[in-house]
Design a protein around this ligand. Structure first.
Ligand code: NAP
Ligand code: GDD
Length: 330
């Protein structure tokens, strides 16, 4: 039975990936941060097959221990401070966890090693946020980086150190440059889930206003379930390489609002949405659109869930979730 260690197991992607790996017959070890993590109990309830191991990306010795305990064939480094807005006010923390944390994880993997005929394979969660002020459209594996946030800067370091360890120490280490991916497990701080949750609550009469920042930014939004499949495929490939994972379509926040409100029968959302400068960022990423041709050609990866289906899936989930919560409080 192959063994995988996943950091960031309590996050959106960690849960999707655990589900996929379990389905592929893996023993799944999930790294859990903190002495009393508030999120892990819920995750273990939904995915009882996950074996929790303690570890923090700020602490190398804990990572070495986690790799020793899990004795993995594959490590997926998904743990990060991942919210771009938060990274502006917590720049040092973000650099430490999302940047240096990658170096520590690579060192832990190098130190523990794995069998010489079966070295540990390493996946790094890189991001389209590295493209920032984009130098070309669409963005590919060869597009230069111009990050626009402390998060983007930390991820550029994580990306290059992964490449450097691959080249220096002959590690099977690769990065997926993933564009935004969403779904019902997305954190409420991110714009898509903030919108679908608010739309559901407005429809149910539980909320009357949705306050947002910049509505004109464009994102290439896909479904998280499709994207974790790409992570896994990268580690099954013959050679360690970096891949852009994207849908090749871009949409504004306004277009997301159009579809989300239409899903509950509201054609004009303007009476419900207010803009507040407090949600604007010191520097913005205006346009992301990826070209995933390399992943299609070499991994056979293509996204399956369309943009309208993604929005519909999230609104439907949030309607059920919010209605059940409201009913509990009746
Ligand atoms: P997420 O939901 O925000 O999850 C982040 C995870 O990181 C959580 O499990 C969190 O654990 C963990 N974490 C935070 N600090 C940690 C630390 N010091 N040590 C160990 N773990 C720590 O993020 P996601 O959307 O699943 O994304 C997964 C990864 O892909 C991230 O690295 C993100 O930057 C990257 N990425 C995401 C997207 C996207 O659109 N979702 C696109 C490109 C790249 P706690 O719950 O314990 O805090
Ligand atoms: N979060 C949020 N909240 N974003 C808002 C809001 C709001 O109220 N109003 C407008 N936005 C705009 C942001 O300014 C940004 O342009 C866009 O919505 C998307 O914001 P997020 O959903 O927070 O995602 P992100 O694109 O900044 O970052 C996500 O995707 C990256 C990949 O490109 C995160 O998942 C990152 O971890 C990931 O690397």
């Amino acid at each position: 039975m192959p063994r995988a260690l996943v950091t960031g197991i309590t996050g959106q992607d960690g849960q999707h990936l655990a589900e996929l790996l379990h389905g592929e017959g893996y023993e799944v070890f999930g790294m859990v941060k903190g002495q009393n993590n508030p999120r892990i109990a819920g995750v273990l309830e939904e995915f009882p097959f996950i074996e929790p191991v303690s570890g923090d990306l700020a602490d190398l010795s804990s990572l070495v221990k986690a790799v020793e305990v899990a004795a993995p064939d594959e490590v997926y480094n998904l743990g990060a401070v991942s919210f771009v807005a938060y990274s502006f006010s917590h720049a040092e923390l973000t650099a430490d966890i999302s940047g240096l944390g990658v170096l520590r994880m690579l060192d832990a993997v190098r130190m523990v090693g794995g069998a010489t005929n079966n070295p540990i394979r390493f996946y790094q969660a890189s991001t389209s946020e590295m493209f920032g002020e984009v130098r070309e459209v669409p963005q590919t594996e060869l597009t230069p980086y111009h990050p626009r946030s402390p998060y983007g800067c930390a991820k550029v370091f994580g990306h290059y150190i992964t490449m450097n360890y691959r080249e220096s120490y002959d590690m099977f280490a690769c990065s997926g440059i993933l564009f935004n991916h969403e779904g019902p497990r997305r954190g409420l701080e991110f714009v898509t889930r903030k919108i679908t949750n608010a739309v559901a609550r407005i429809k149910l009469g539980l909320q009357d206003e949705l306050v947002l920042g910049n509505l004109d930014a464009k994102r290439d939004w896909g479904y998280a379930g499709d994207y974790v499949r790409a992570m896994w495929l990268m580690l099954q490939h013959d050679t360690p390489e970096d891949f852009v994972i994207a849908t090749g379509e871009t949409h504004t926040i306004r277009e997301f609002l159009d579809l989300a409100f239409a899903e509950v029968g509201i054609d004009d959302w303007s009476p419900f949405v207010r803009q507040d400068p407090k949600f604007l960022r010191p520097a913005e990423v205006d346009l992301l659109i990826g070209d995933a041709s390399k992943a299609k050609e070499k991994l056979g990866w293509v996204p399956e869930v369309s943009f309208p289906d993604l929005v519909s899936m999230m609104v439907t989930h949030d309607l059920e979730h919010e209605a059940a919560k409201a009913h509990l409080h009746d």
